[in-house]
Design a protein. Structure first.
Length: 107
């Protein structure tokens, strides 16, 4: 398993920082890729931040109420390679079905 930082994203051109309003997950929780894991507020926008990958939240670097600059870590995920591989296998490939067209009877 590898560690992946959850980074404070750029939420707008003139936004330099955001404040953690609420963590939607706690350390030890499993999260899916793009699943919302925390809420951030800025002077212009409120936003939920998605997980950068599937895994387990192992550390909250910026607790609720903390103001964090763009590009700085908010938390740390331990990536769950087995779950990511299982998700890829569970999605079935589209089946190719040959259409049979009945031959028309001569008139």
């Amino acid at each position: 398993m590898a560690r992946v930082d959850i980074i404070m994203p750029q939420l707008g051109e003139s936004i330099a920082e955001g404040t953690v309003v609420k963590w939607l997950k706690k350390p030890g929780d499993k999260v899916g890729k793009d699943e919302s894991i925390l809420e951030i507020t800025t002077d212009k926008v409120d936003s939920e931040i998605p997980s950068p990958s599937a895994g387990i939240l192992v550390e909250i670097v910026a607790p609720e109420g903390t103001t964090v600059g763009i590009g700085l870590p908010l938390g740390v995920l331990e990536t769950d390679v087995a779950a990511a591989a299982g998700a890829a296998k569970s999605a079935p490939a589209p089946a190719v079905v040959a259409a049979t067209v009945p031959a028309s009877a001569p008139e």
